[in-house]
Design a protein around this ligand. Sequence first.
Ligand code: SF4
Length: 298
Amino acid sequence: MDGVIESEEMHYEGNCIRPPSEANSILLQVTLGCSHNKCTFCGTYQGKRFAIKDEKTILGDILFAAKYMRRQDRVFLMDGDALVIPQKRLLWILEHIQENLPWVKRVGAYANTKSIRMKSPDELVALKEKGVTILYVGVESGDEETLKAIRKGTSGQNLINMGRKVKDAGIKLSVTVLLGIAGRERSLVHAKATGELLSAIDPDYVGALTVMLIPGTPLYEEYEKGLFHLPDEKGLLLELREMIAHTHLTRGLFFSNHASNYLPIKARLPRGKQDALDVIDYALKGGVSLRPEWMRAL
Ligand code: SF4
C-alpha cells in the first residue's frame, strides 16, 4: 500500500486501556475512543472523539509489530469498541495481522451490545476464523434501574442476547461487572440481578471490578452533590458475596482480583463457588486483611 506510515514506534493516541489479561499482547490501536462514551462512571475516553483509524496508520503499526514484536503471540485491538468497525475493514485488518504476524495465536477486542448487534452470526464466525477468539464486554450490572442510571445504553435482555450470540459463534466471552455501581441502597438488588444475568449469559470469564469515582465524570458529580453513596468495604464484600451466590456458570472463571477490589478472589465455577463464599465470609469476620485504600487503582 502506498503511503504506509512506518515509524520507529506504534502510533498511540490519547488514553489507551486494555484488559489485564492482555498485558503481554501487541496493542494495536485501530479505533480512537468509544462509540458509546456515555457511561456515567467512565472517564477513560473523555474528550476523545470516536474514530476509526486510517488503514495506512494501522498497516504501519502491523509492520512495526512484525519487526519488533515477534515474541508476543496475542494482539489486542484498541480502543473502546473495535468490533464496531465495518466487517470488510475489520477483515482487512485481521488478514494483515495473519499475513504479517503469522505467530499470533489470538486476537481480542472490546465490544458492546450495539457493535455485536451490527454483526450477523455468520460475520462473527468469519471474524473467529480470522483470529478473533475473545471479546470483552462491560456488563456492569444486571439491574435495569442501574443500567439506566449509569446510561449504559442497553438492557439486561440485550446483554443476554448479544452475549450468547458471541458464544454461539465460538468466540470466548469475557465480561466485567462493577461492584458498588448501584450505590449503597440498591447494592444487594444489583448484586442478585447481576448474578442472575451472568447465569443467563454464561460467559467464560467474569471480572468483578470495584467502581472508582473519577473526577469529571457524571457519577463523580452525583457523589459530590451527595446523590450517590458508595457502599463501604463491608457493603462491597456483601455485594460480592450476593453476586457470586446468584451466579451459576456451566464452566467459567470468576475473578475479583483487579487492583480496584478490596478482596482478591479467583474461583472456577461451579466447583469453586463454596470456597469463594467461605473466603468472603471469613473476610467479613475480619479473618483476611483487605487491600488498603492506597493500593487500590484502576
Ligand atoms: S464504560 Fe465502556 S462503553 Fe461505557 S463509555 Fe466507557 S468505554 Fe464506552
